[in-house]
Write a protein that binds this ligand. Structure first.
Ligand code: SIN
Length: 532
């Protein structure tokens, strides 16, 4: 099949909060933008976000940007990049204001001002929300509505970056829903593809979260970091052993007073952390995992019976509970941790640039240094808004200043379309290996055995459709996460090693970077030291 071809100034891969924010800003600045997304426009993770956007807007007594920065650094377990934290959080209020100008409607309190809730690790009520617990759905609705006029290719999966002989990006190779190849020529490609929660059998993430952007960036020569820090959300509705996307029970339920109980009805977070049930997410997920092991049970319980107006305040959670035959107003809700967020990703600078000229990353796919070893609740939509906007202004400036070529039209025809055979394993094997050995609580022997299991299921193949692209990405991410988790012989944030239960601040106060070696295998190396 001959590939079709189109040209743009900026190709945005992904249509969640980061991708659409970048696309809208770049188009408003006059760039020709094409958005590529492998499913429906709203099929990514953004629309599933519940709690809200963490941001210090207006006059909230007792809160400040500095306090938000401090909470983020504390949650991040010593691995955040303090400069990235300070600048992203400082840009939050303007980014949220821009989103509201674009039509997003946030909930108001009785005084008419923005309502705010609290989540784990936050020292103040600063999380703004929409539709009660449907913040992501409102953010996505507003951005999709605002981007109505933009060229948008749904059902097109990104395969690989096209590169010029000097290494810079020349565009993107894609496959449409029937496996027909196409080429989008552009001097700038933004990866906004979300995370890799689908590495695990049980996750809050939709089916689209298969790590495609991290895999594509690694193959293009970029580096990734902090991949071992997979955040498990502590409270996912437990309805028996199940695979695939599981309903989230937002931390805001605890923010507004609910508490965790074990099978015997005892609270177990008091004494674990000064913030008790509102400790940072890694602490709560680890405490639940320990309690499950001690009691030989599969779930703990979230008691929200003391909350007023549960159904109106948390309509999404209420509907999920009722669909499972549980009434959160009258009975404690069974919950368990599940894979939720990829704290690491493609290494970028403060403007979203990767190490490959012309390749950018923003949102969950990226590692800016905001999250460190554990993301603070509701900092993800914030990061997507801020970094999406920054990438747009960076690409505009780089085109104007001539750092990116204004046009790729040339006599030599298309740049070479890569179609390499890549390692590809059965998705079920990968998910079982990761769930068994790389969840909350890992050890060296288990990680090595999981690597062997993935290896044994892997063969070289050329991806010819979306499923193949996704399986290749999941295989590479499994290899990379297992290698990084095996290398980090300490416990920190979301990375809990049962064989190395303590932090090792002497030499581990740095991120681990992953690059591909000459044979295409992930190689782990010490990254830049984190400023103290
Ligand atoms: C939640 O609502 O608990 C999830 C929010 C987040 O992941 O930041």
């Amino acid at each position: 099949m001959n590939p079709w071809e189109a040209e743009a100034d900026l190709v945005v891969v992904g249509s969640g909060v980061a991708g659409l924010t970048a696309a809208l800003d770049a188009a408003a600045a006059g760039l020709r933008v094409v958005v590529v997304t492998k499913d429906a426009v709203d099929a990514g993770s953004t629309r599933w976000a519940q709690g809200g956007v963490a941001v210090v807007v207006g006059d909230v007594a007792g809160d400040s940007i500095d306090a938000h920065v401090a909470d983020t650094l504390e949650a991040g377990g010593g691995l955040c990049d303090p400069a990235a934290v300070a600048s992203i959080i400082a840009d939050g209020p303007a980014a949220v204001a821009r989103l509201r100008e674009r039509g997003a409607r946030f909930d108001a309190g009785p005084d008419g001002r923005l309502a705010r809730t609290r989540e784990g690790g936050h020292s103040a009520f600063r999380v703004v929300h929409a539709g009660g617990d449907a913040t992501g759905a409102e953010v996505e609705r507003a951005l999709v509505h605002a981007s109505g006029g933009l060229p948008l290719l749904t059902d097109h999966v990104a395969v690989d970056a096209l590169r010029e002989p000097d290494g810079r990006v020349a565009g993107l190779a894609v496959l449409d829903g029937s496996g027909r190849p196409g080429v989008l020529r552009a001097p700038a490609v933004l990866l906004a593809t979300g995370g890799y929660g689908q590495l695990y059998s049980s996750t809050t993430n939709p089916e689209t979260a298969t790590g495609d952007g991290v895999a594509l960036a690694l193959r293009a020569g970029a580096s990734a970091a902090d991949l071992e820090f997979v955040q498990f959300h502590p409270t996912v509705l437990y309805t028996g052993p199940a695979v695939g996307r599981r309903p989230l029970v937002t931390e805001a339920v605890r923010g507004e007073g609910a508490v965790l109980l074990d099978r015997a009805g005892r609270r177990f977070m008091t004494g674990v952390h000064p913030l008790a049930d509102l400790a940072p997410r890694d602490v709560v997920a680890a405490a639940i995992t320990r309690r499950l092991a001690e009691t030989g049970t599969s779930c703990v319980y979230l008691d929200a019976r003391a909350l007023d107006g549960f159904a109106a305040r948390f309509p999404t959670v209420y509907a999920a509970c009722r669909a499972a035959g549980i009434d959160p107003v009258r009975e404690p809700v069974p919950v368990t941790p599940a894979a939720h967020y990829s704290c690491g990703g493609v290494v970028t600078d403060a403007s979203g640039r990767t190490a490959v000229p012309g390749l950018y990353a923003a949102g969950e796919v990226a590692r800016t240094g905001l999250h460190g070893a554990n993301r603070l609740a509701s900092n993800s939509l914030l990061e997507g808004l801020v970094m999406g906007a920054r990438v747009a202004s960076t690409v505009v400036a780089e085109l104007q200043e001539g750092h990116l070529p204004a046009t790729l039209l040339r006599e030599g025809g298309l740049p070479a379309i890569p179609a390499p055979a890549v390692p590809l394993a059965d998705r079920g094997v990968v998910q079982r290996a990761m769930s068994g050995a790389a969840g909350v609580g890992r050890d060296g022997a288990g990680l090595a055995a999981a690597s062997d299991a993935v290896e044994a299921a892997t063969a070289l193949a050329v991806p010819i459709d979306r499923a193949g692209v996704e399986d290749a990405a999941l295989t590479l991410l499994a290899q990379a996460v297992l290698a990084a988790a095996g290398t980090r012989t300490e416990s920190r944030g979301c990375h809990v090693r049962t064989d190395f239960p303590a932090r090792d601040d002497v030499w581990q106060r740095a991120s681990l970077e992953v690059v591909l070696d000459g044979t295409g295998r992930p190689e782990v190396r010490a990254g830049k030291a984190v400023a103290a």
